[in-house]
Design a protein around this ligand. Structure first.
Ligand code: AMP
Length: 526
């Protein structure tokens, strides 16, 4: 049974959610969905990664009707987020027959106007572009029932407050308003006081979670090569018996298959398996005939296996409580265990909030270098070859005539190397690349990215302060930081390409001497 069915949701939505691979509502969803369905306003404090999009998306889609009028609007700070939110909402609305349209700057306005003319029930847009359409009268907001301010703190940081207020004022007063923000600054509270009607506050922090005393680390990874990063981590740690946690049952199946294809001895469990399938996988795990078990939180709940050496959070857990549950599966009976969490740039703040709540420092580690992994692999191949020669000489006989034949023409050493290459040839993993975060040409040294920062000596900013933020909040070693130039009203910071997305995301909502920091990719000096 899908645990979403306890919430008052219709069949179409339940079916869509199940196809998305969600097994149970995340903590923020559990609280938010009933409140929103009850038509109350909400202030939600939640970072990316907590499931906040679906927490407003699911009730929104259930409440909005098919009549050809714009009834829902979500404002987001960036075009990327607008696209992401609209993709998630479209998946939820798959069987509900609603039209959902993202509108953002940079896309042809004519194209958007044509799309709007078809009749759109939900708009997801950046404030500037929504306002353009409002002025052109190409969108009407008089039928809005539900308005969402997503990542409100970031919208304020970007100076969208006037645009947001104008949009809010163009919607009916009796609308329902939801505000989500990672931080609750006085400005956010002011905005909420002004435009929300007796809102309920929802946060994922629950307090009193005690974290087991096991070694905890995290790795910065990019979505795009998360699988490669995971493989490096598994190889580096020489995991004996590990559980890998994924967010959805869909990702459990996909990851299990990908790891199997790469030669790992692994199987997966999630809520869609039959009882006997589950038992079969669990038996394999208990008997250690598999090294790795890939699981969702729900599926892992029943697991009680004593000597799990590693817990790996392939997807970061959605709150501190789930973090504690997951990592508690290792280090049983006084044995040493290790908990490893993979964190993408947008999730770095969720990691920090988990850290704060469990009151433990989770140390960042650099991804193991390819050379290191290569060396580990070569040791493993050697062991396998020795084992074959010493223990399976009979089976080797089948191949000897090929060697005899080839050795007439070639050196034995070359023949053996070619055979090894053939047997073990693997594509060495690529270095993290910048595809998802394309900062363009920033005028930095090769291999570095240069950022523009909206403050300088005017707020008594010092290079030391900048270095402290980068090293402490974002966990990037000081020696990796490039040039820092501080001017009267702005500054420039150079950081290595592979950590640039983390610096960019990590700086959001940071304050220096009371002033909000805005970081943008610098433009090259002309
Ligand atoms: P968000 O915090 O909205 O950015 O969501 C982060 C990720 O979690 C997205 O990929 C969602 O699709 C996924 N997600 C949201 N809710 C759930 C859930 N209940 N179970 C599993 N995954 C979820």
């Amino acid at each position: 049974m899908n645990l979403f069915s306890k919430l008052d949701l219709n069949k179409n939505i339940l079916k869509a959610i199940s196809e998305m691979g969600f097994e149970e509502p995340s903590p923020i969803q559990k609280t938010c969905i009933p409140i929103i369905l009850n038509q109350k306003d909400v202030i939600g404090q939640a970072q990316t990664g907590t499931g906040k999009t679906a927490s407003f998306g699911i009730p929104m889609i259930q409440m909005i009707t098919k009549k050809p009028k714009t009834q829902g609007i979500v404002l987001t700070p960036t075009r990327e987020l607008a696209i992401q939110v609209s993709e998630e909402l479209r998946k939820i609305a798959k069987y509900q027959g609603l039209t959902i349209l993202p509108i953002y700057g940079g896309q042809s306005i004519g194209h958007q106007i044509r799309a709007l003319k078809q009749g759109v029930q939900i708009i997801i847009g950046t404030p500037g572009r929504v306002l353009d359409h409002l002025r052109k009268k190409t969108i009407q907001l008089q039928d809005i029932q539900l308005l969402v301010l997503d990542e409100a703190d970031e919208m304020l940081d970007m100076g969208f407050i006037d645009d947001i207020e104008q949009i809010l004022n163009a919607t009916p007063k009796e609308r329902q308003t939801l505000l989500f923000s990672a931080t609750m600054s006085p400005e956010i509270k002011k905005l909420a006081n002004r435009y929300l009607n007796q809102p309920e506050s929802v946060a994922i922090n629950r307090g009193d979670v005690t974290v087991p005393t096991i070694k905890q680390v995290y790795y910065k990874v990019l979505d795009l090569n998360k699988l490669d990063s995971l493989c490096r981590i598994i190889d580096h740690h020489e995991v004996d018996l590990g559980i890998i946690f994924c967010r959805t049952k869909k990702s459990v199946s996909e990851l299990t298959e990908s790891l199997q294809a790469r030669g790992y001895i692994v199987n997966g469990i999630h809520g869609d398996l039959s009882q006997s399938q589950r038992e079969h996988v669990m038996k394999q795990f208990r008997e250690k005939s598999i090294e790795l078990l890939v699981a969702t939180d729900v599926a892992a709940r029943g697991i009680d296996v004593g000597d799990v050496t590693h817990v790996i959070n392939f997807d970061i857990p959605q709150d501190a409580e789930s973090y504690v549950h997951r990592i508690g599966r290792t280090g049983r009976a006084g044995k040493e265990g290790k908990a490893i969490t993979l964190v993408t740039p947008r999730e770095i703040r969720l990691l920090r909030s988990i850290e704060k709540e469990v009151n433990t420092k989770i140390a960042g580690q650099p991804l193991p270098a390819i050379e290191e992994i290569k060396a580990i692999h070569q040791q493993q191949w050697k062991k396998q070859i020795i084992d074959l020669i010493e223990n399976h000489s009979e089976e080797m006989k089948d191949y000897q005539y090929i060697i005899d034949d080839l050795s007439k023409t070639y050196e034995i050493r070359d023949v053996a190397s070619a055979a090894l290459h053939n047997a073990f040839n693997e594509k060495y993993m690529t270095q993290p690349s910048q595809e998802v975060y394309d900062f363009g040409e920033t005028g930095a040294k090769p291999g570095m990215v240069r950022f523009f920062m909206n403050m300088g000596r005017n707020v008594d900013l010092t290079p030391k302060e900048v270095m402290n933020i980068i090293s402490e909040e974002i966990d990037i070693p000081v020696r990796m930081i490039g040039k820092i130039n501080i001017f009267d009203r702005f500054s420039f910071i150079e950081v290595p390409e592979d950590v640039a997305p983390f610096v960019y995301e990590g700086f959001k909502n940071t304050r220096v001497n009371g002033y909000r920091v805005i970081l943008e990719p610098a433009r090259p000096r002309s």
